[in-house]
Design a protein around this ligand. Sequence first.
Ligand SMILES: Nc1ncnc2c1ncn2[C@@H]1O[C@H](COP(=O)(O)OP(=O)(O)OP(=O)(O)O)[C@@H](O)[C@H]1O
Ligand SMILES: [Mg+2]
Length: 258
Amino acid sequence: MRCLAIMNQKGGVGKTTTTINLSHALAEQGYKVVVIDLDPQSHLGLGMGFNATAKEGLDTIFFNAAALDDVVLPVEDRLGLNKLSLVVAGERLGEVEAGLKGGAERGWLVKNAISESEQCQKSDFVLMDCPPSAGLLGMNALFAADELLIPVSSDFLSLHGASRMVGIIDYIDESMKQKSKKWFVITRYHGRRKLSQEVKEKLMEYFKSEVLATPVRESVALAESPSYGQSIFDYQPKSNGAEDYRQLAEDLLYERVM
Ligand SMILES: Nc1ncnc2c1ncn2[C@@H]1O[C@H](COP(=O)(O)OP(=O)(O)OP(=O)(O)O)[C@@H](O)[C@H]1O
Ligand SMILES: [Mg+2]
C-alpha cells in the first residue's frame, strides 16, 4: 500500500481537485483506493457527492478514539468498479487544530488509525487531502504518509509556497530522522502562458527528478465538476482534465517525471 499526503500549506493550489480526480483515475485503472479528508473545510466529501458534515468522519478518530473502518464510506463510480472509499472530515475536525488535550502522540493518531484499518491496509493507495496549513492535522499527514504529493499552481506565489512547503518538510524530516519521498504536480497549467512556462522551468530547476511528467491544464470542466459532486471522469470523461489526471495516475504508478 502506498500512502500519500496531497499537501501544500498554500491555499487553492489544487490539492482537493487532485485528490478527487487522481483517486478516481487510479480506481478506474483497477487499484483499490481509500481517500481521507484531513481538511475541516470538508471540500473533499462535498466534491465527491457526500453531504460531508452530516456524516461521521476522521473527527471521531480524534474525539471518540473510533476506528477508521467504522467511518469508511463506499463511493460509487460510473463504471461500478467499487474500488474507491472515502473518509469525510466530519463536523468536529476543525476543533482538532483549536487544541486537543494530550501529548506528542496526538500527531500520530492518523498514522495509527491507518495502520489499524483493514480497509486501508488492503488497499493499493491511501490518499490524504490536507488543509492549507501546517498545524496538527498537517503534522498527522506528514507522519502518516510515505510519500508527499505537492500541487503547485502555475502562478508566481505558488513557487514561493512550494519552497516554504519544502522547508517545513525538511525540518520535520530532520527532527524525525527520516526522508520523505516528494512529488510535485503542476496544476492550472496554461501551455501558452509565459508565467506557466516559467513556473515549470523553475520547479524543474529546483526539484529536478521530483516533478511528475504531466502538468494538469487549466480546465473549466475541472472547476465545474465538484459543484455536481462528481469527479471529472463522471462529469466529462473525454475532457482535457480527465486525460491529464489519467496520465498523472500513470506518472505516479510508473514514477514518470519531467
Ligand atoms: N486544473 C484546474 N483548472 C481549473 N480550475 C481548477 C483546476 N484545479 C483546481 N481548480 C479550481 O481552483 C480552486 C482551488 O482548487 P482546490 O480546491 O482543488 O485547491 P485546494 O488546494 O484544495 O484549496 P484549499 O487550500 O482551500 O483546500 C477550485 O475552485 C478548483 O475548482
Ligand atoms: Mg482543498
